[in-house]
Design a protein around this ligand. Structure first.
Ligand code: DX5
Ligand code: ZN
Length: 214
């Protein structure tokens, strides 16, 4: 069964206290938290204090997606609140060093690539990754249209992970909805991030169940 990691980016944060129990009851696997610094991406979201507050209210594993410049500067702080901790290959940190540090700090490591980055560029880092996140929109905003060039990238990463004998979660993020989710699963995604699709649903538990049953 595919895993689901709802992204709270475009939600009304003050409603999360009521929505999180619905996620727990409907079998959500992770909660996706988008951290943006206004430098690596042209948008600013939230940081450690907000994640800490969310953590107090749930045992759902927190899937923190750092969209920040030179993420090594803040990795210790985020490792204290994250379960899965991911950063961008393009963000200017020592990639292998940071993946190792994330694991040493007790989190699952995740390496993320933007739409213009070829999957082959990160093949050498796969043994250090618990998850790879393929962006299917330009990072920065929720509610954008799914980019189909992410599908062959998932396929290539899946094949390479198998070739290296690794078991890695493959996550896709951006524009996931009822039409695009099956394509992503077919291409090899094991974790779907969905923001607008989940938070704009009339019946959140039913939507979660539908998407997970793909
Ligand atoms: C975009 C973020 C996404 C975003 C997804 O930079 O990384 O996680 O919230 O939102 P949707 O599902 O609406 O595209
Ligand atoms: Zn994200």
């Amino acid at each position: 069964m595919v895993k689901l990691s709802p992204s709270v980016l475009t939600s009304d944060f003050l409603t999360l206290k009521e929505i999180i129990p619905q996620f727990e009851a409907s079998g959500v696997d992770m909660l996706h938290l988008d951290v943006m610094d206004g430098i690596f991406v042209p948008n600013i979201s939230f940081g450690v204090p907000v994640i800490k507050s969310i953590k107090k209210h749930t045992n759902i594993p927190l899937d923190v997606h750092l969209m920040i410049d030179r993420p090594h500067r803040y990795i210790k702080e985020f490792a204290e609140v994250a379960d899965w901790l991911g950063f961008h290959y393009e963000a200017g940190s020592d990639v292998a060093g940071l993946l190792k540090e994330i694991r040493a700090l007790g989190c699952k490591s995740c390496l993320t690539i933007k739409p213009a980055t070829a999957p082959e560029e990160i093949f050498e880092y796969l043994p250090l990754c618990d998850m790879v996140l393929v962006m299917s929109v330009e990072p920065g905003f929720g509610g954008q249209k799914f980019m189909p060039n992410s599908l062959p990238k998932l396929k290539a990463l899946k094949a390479e992970a198998e070739r290296q004998g690794l078991s890695i979660e493959l996550e896709i993020d951006g524009g996931i909805n009822a039409e695009t989710a099956p394509l992503a699963v077919e291409a090899g995604a094991t974790v779907l991030v969905a923001g607008n699709y989940i938070f704009s649903a009339e019946d959140i538990p039913a939507t979660v169940k539908n998407i997970k049953s793909l």
